[in-house]
Write a protein that binds this ligand. Structure first.
Ligand SMILES: NC(=O)C1=CN([C@@H]2O[C@H](COP(=O)(O)OP(=O)(O)OC[C@H]3O[C@@H](n4cnc5c(N)ncnc54)[C@H](O)[C@@H]3O)[C@@H](O)[C@H]2O)C=CC1
Ligand SMILES: O=C(O)C1=N[C@H](C(=O)O)C[C@H](O)C1
Length: 252
């Protein structure tokens, strides 16, 4: 039985995980952490990880970028593996992830779904052929109106995947409104749309002369992320210090 601390337990994803774990005989949430305490849960909830004394095998985090420094420092001190799903991290925080991974196991992924993780792989093949052939690469992501970070962590991961396959020479362009110049060949455009209850949509376009190839992923429910996070937590429990991602969990 994998014992989980749910960091951000009272948020939308925290509650999805709470429901999934309740139906899973191989896992249990031993405590939740959240600054908001207005929800009843079948486990004790603390306002910070410092207050939590329950023994656990792993932390699942779906919270807020502002909460991530404290979380990583506590996980490093307690040698507690952590599945880090929160997006919108700064460069300094990404460096802190690397430091933390020297002391405990850290699995960081901007998107826990099988579909996006397969797409990250497929895009590399497409970019290897289409980028040298001069196709422009653009990403459009759409999310609900409660999302605070833009572009999405997934859009950035997709861009990194394209850029890596295309030689690492691309710059990311988030806004074209401040200049009057034609598109540079060595840029990947990333556009963010926010509205209603859109769970998460990502489109990657390869636009060439007289043809466009599009790869699309649509999440119809947050459960796709929750299932992936739970699988990742089971994988990470008991692992030695190091940095992991969903490609370690999903065998294609
Ligand atoms: N990697 C993935 O597959 C996915 C990642 N996400 C990311 O996960 C994060 C959370 O998403 P949602 O659940 O939709 O957001 P949410 O806003 O519904 O939930 C966040 C929760 O974190 C809590 N929180 C804030 N500060 C905290 C602190 N210092 N300590 C503990 N808890 C704290 C909030 O009170 C709230 O209950 C976002 O960054 C989102 O982009 C969301 C879905 C999938
Ligand atoms: O905030 C969300 O909802 C999501 N965030 C992640 C991201 O920023 O990529 C993953 C998913 O698309 C949902």
């Amino acid at each position: 039985m994998v014992k989980i601390i749910m960091h951000g337990c009272n948020g939308k994803m925290g509650q999805v995980i709470t429901r999934l774990v309740a139906e899973d005989e191989g896992a249990v949430i031993v405590a939740g952490i959240d600054t908001y305490t207005g929800i009843e849960n079948p486990y004790p909830v603390y306002k910070s990880l410092e207050e939590c004394e329950e023994e656990a095998d792993v932390v699942i985090d779906f919270s807020n970028a502002k909460a991530v420094d404290g979380l990583l420092n506590m996980c490093a001190d307690r040698k507690l593996p952590v599945v880090l799903c929160t997006t919108g991290l700064s460069e300094e925080q990404i460096a802190l992830v690397e430091e933390t991974a020297k002391k405990t196991a850290v699995l960081k992924s901007a998107n826990m779904s099988l579909g996006i993780n397969l797409l990250l792989k497929l895009l590399k093949e497409a970019a290897k052929v289409l980028a040298p052939a001069g196709y422009d690469m653009e990403i459009v992501e759409k999310h609900h109106n409660k999302k605070v970070d833009a572009p999405s962590g997934t859009a950035l991961a997709l861009a990194d995947s394209l850029n890596e396959a295309a030689g690492g020479v691309y710059e990311y362009k988030y806004d074209r409104s401040s200049e009057r110049v034609a598109r540079d060949k060595k840029e990947i455009g990333i556009s963010a749309v926010r509205g209603g209850t859109i769970v998460g949509e990502h489109e990657v376009l390869f636009a060439g002369e007289d043809e466009v190839i599009e790869f699309c992923h649509t999440a119809y429910s947050k459960a796709v992320f929750g299932k992936g996070a739970l699988e990742a937590a089971k994988f990470l429990a008991g692992k030695e210090a190091g940095k992991y991602d969903m490609s370690d969990v999903i065998q294609f």
